[in-house]
Structure formats: C-alpha cells, structure tokens
Design a binder for this molecule. Sequence first.
Ligand SMILES: [Zn+2]
Length: 200
Amino acid sequence: MESGRAAGEPRVDDPEAFPPPEDTVERLWTPQRMTYVLRNDEGRVTKPKSKECPFCAGPKKSDEDGLIAWRGTHVFAIMNLYPYNVGHLMICPYRHVGLITDLDDDELFEFEKATTLAMTVMKEVSRPDGWNIGINQGEVAGAGVAAHLHQHVVPRWNGDANFMPIVAQTRTMPILLSDQRAAYAEAFERLAPDFRLPAA
Ligand SMILES: [Zn+2]
C-alpha cells in the first residue's frame, strides 16, 4: 500500500485520518457494491451495453483479462472487480443459472468444494482470521447479477473494517487485483492439481 501513496496523502492505517465506518456488517452485503457490472465506459452506472452476462463473459477471456483464479469442470473462481475486502473471490457455475437449486449434483458438489478450496488457498496466500461466505439469490436479496449464481468468498482480518473502504477506493486496486489473482491461481494449482471433477 505504501508504494501507491502520493506525497502528502495520509497513511491508510492512520485511524485519525480514516475513522472506521459504522455498521460494517451491513456494508458488507449491500448490493450497490456490485454495480460495477452495470458501469459504462465513463464509469456511470447504467444498463449494460452488452446483453452478455459478466459471469458468462468472464471465462471466455484469458485468466488475466477475466480475473479468473481457477477453472474447474463445472465452476470457476473469479476476482470481484470491486471487492468488499481485499482478496474477494466469487465461485460461479459456467452454466447461466440463478439459483443454487438449479445446479445438478456434480455442479453443486464442485460449487461447494471450490468454496472450501478457495478458503484453503486464502489461508496459504494471505492468512485471514475469518471469512464471510454467502449467496444473494434474487434481486430482492441483493444479488447484483441475479441471473447468474455466484458465491462470495470474502477473507476477513482482525481490524480490517478500519481500512476496507479505503482499499476499495484506492487507485492501485487494479494492480492489487492482478497480483492477487496471480497468487491465488498459483495456490489453486499447487494445492489441488487434481481437484476437478471429470467432465460428464
Ligand atoms: Zn451468465
């Protein structure tokens, strides 16, 4: 974090400059944090130009461009471009379905297994003190992309609420995301090289 700090900017760990936000648990699951998928090129929130679902589009790109950390047989792990916290991953089925009840048994198994694998990867890469894991299913429940199921895997560290909103706004986030993806991808492959289910 220090390297991306311009002269005169306060330190991100300075509690005087950045008082902790209120109700951080509320903040963690507010759906407006997912609006990045609806931003246009100027950064304004709008309807997507392309009708293509971002979780269908992501796996069609390279791992680097799509921020893909791991590709399974039925599901994949993708970095959240606007994370709730540093290292926020999402587990998605390749198939465009909205609810966990839409998954078949193989998809469901790999979906949940990949979630535990993501935790193991995070333990190795960044040693979190805890996690928030969950799915917002349906727009009414706060899903930003309700049509395509995604499970959030958010690492937490003691005291992270003090810097979380700052990190989310820093200009160096794209670099952090790229580095984080690479670290995760290396750990996914090393820790579970034969994890993928055989294709049906
Ligand atoms: Zn989709």
